[in-house]
Design a binder for this molecule. Sequence first.
Ligand SMILES: [Zn+2]
Length: 404
Amino acid sequence: MTVLLYDRDAYMTDFIASVFSCEPIKYSGKDAFDIVLDETAFFPEQGGQDSDSGTITPLSSCDDNTSADPGQAVNVLHVSIKAGIIHHICDKPISEGTRVKGDICWEQRFDRMQQHSGEHLVSGTVHRFFGADNVGFHLSAREVTLDFNTTFEEKDIAFIEDTVNRAIYENFETHIFFPSDEELKTLDYRSKKELTGQVRIVEYPGYDMCACCAPHVKRTGEIGSIRIVAAEHFKGGTRMWIECGKRSLISARTQLSDARAISRITSAKISEIVPAVEKISDALKDARFKLVKFERDSILALADEIRAEQNPILWIDACDQDNLRLGVNTLVSGTDGYCSAFCGNDNDGYRFIIASSSKDCRELANKMKTRFEIRGGGSPDMVQGTIKATRGDIAVFYTEVGID
Ligand SMILES: [Zn+2]
């Protein structure tokens, strides 16, 4: 069993240990080395939390010249735990028996301590006030998600956020202890799985008590602050995204910068950007409505001009699909031949609709498919899709099949 130094001191950033074993392995398809130490401060991936990263540096040379040299830092790529043994997956080997210095990436560790301790306060608060359980937890560099077996209203989310931030302002101590089996039976604590062996209890008095093996902040004030940035329905319950400490600060800074940019674009004060954006959105909807109406009138006028032809073809630069269909329907009302409409340009290709009151449009589409790159399909009355071709090539094709 590896001695778990992080278990007793989450603030230990470096430590001295001996290499117990070093085995070559493959990690993410590359050559790597599985190094086991007699003791370690590296937290392994477990309970939904990613492992620590950092370096292990040999302090002494050894006979084996395949090992990293003294002073040459070896990168720890991943850390796992199996049957009480911690495995450090490293990019270089270090010989068995070598004395080493381990350095964990403290910035990453402290960030995770903030997120993880915040998770306790949120889960404990949800348990206490809503009687629901945390049934899933994921903590990575990208996001922190908590899954609960209940749903919340918006006011509940605000209440949880306020309650947890109050616990942070109170700045009380995290109480970590190892109760005896007898004592454990008397405790009302949260646990995500059946526990065996000595149980480590993490208590935030008045807020949470949970069996947990991960590193936590010493006092709640170190969490800094917490924001519940999203909450969505998930598997009959709720998935919640939280941000604590520096993560919360960085994302709030980014959001403020975005708000300032919108303020500049809309010439509105930050406090008034929402109505300003709504005004622009309404104006856009109005403009779009007028544009679609203008398109429709133009297409109907064009269709009216050629609807007496036997096989009329409508060419449009850009228009709404409904208007294109309306144009084709107008053509169909004037002839029993093939009525075609193409919308687009020679560079990007065209959307097309072909309709007829008496002919099988799929026959024409199948002929087109032998000549051009076409996507789409339809019925004998109407086919529609996209075509990669120039207007000139399509016109030549129509002439060749005798429907120009
Ligand atoms: Zn914990």
